[in-house]
Design a binder for this molecule. Structure first.
Ligand code: ZN
Length: 162
């Protein structure tokens, strides 16, 4: 069975920063990842690379930012007064915070603290990075009608409905 639209695919993967070779994430010592193909459960570049592959196939693919987590946008970097963080014990660079906006909740990272001014960055931490994936295809099966309707995988490694 080959990977195509509406197949449930299980992979082991290792992903590193293409420029620095720094390891970002790996499933090697844990559970493999299971996703629904063609439902944008994973980044577009990886989904494309897996199309037509089958169990046992190994691939190494370098994915440009546009097909991964997008380019960094300086519009997503903002300065806010430190009063905005009232109630927080400390405000330090590198901290992840959640902000309420008109568009709902967004995740921010505190980039810099200078006096009363805090610079926050709403870019995805992997935005602007080229990523190298090493992937082994472990399992491919047909998705159930329910999985197709929901757009995600159920059961082990998938979505648990409460
Ligand atoms: Zn579901």
């Amino acid at each position: 069975m080959t990977i195509a639209q509406h197949k449930v695919v299980t992979i082991h993967y290792k992903v590193s920063d293409s420029d620095s070779d720094e390891l970002i994430d790996s499933s090697e010592n844990g559970e493999p990842m299971t996703y629904l193909h063609g439902a944008r459960n994973i980044i577009p570049g990886l989904e494309q690379a897996l199309e037509g592959k089958s169990v046992g196939d190994k691939l190494e693919v370098m994915i440009a930012p546009a097909d991964a987590y997008g380019e960094r946008s300086e519009d997503r970097v903002q300065q806010v007064p430190i009063e905005a963080f009232e109630g927080m014990e400390k405000v330090e660079p590198g901290m992840a915070v959640t902000a309420q906006t008109d568009q709902g909740e967004i995740n921010l990272v505190i980039a810099e603290v200078q006096g009363e001014t805090v610079t926050v960055d709403a870019n995805h931490p992997l935005a602007g990075k080229s990523l190298t994936f090493n992937v082994t295809v472990e399992e491919v099966r047909d998705a159930s009608d329910e999985e197709k309707a929901h757009g995600h995988v159920h059961g082990p490694g998938g979505h648990e409905h409460g």
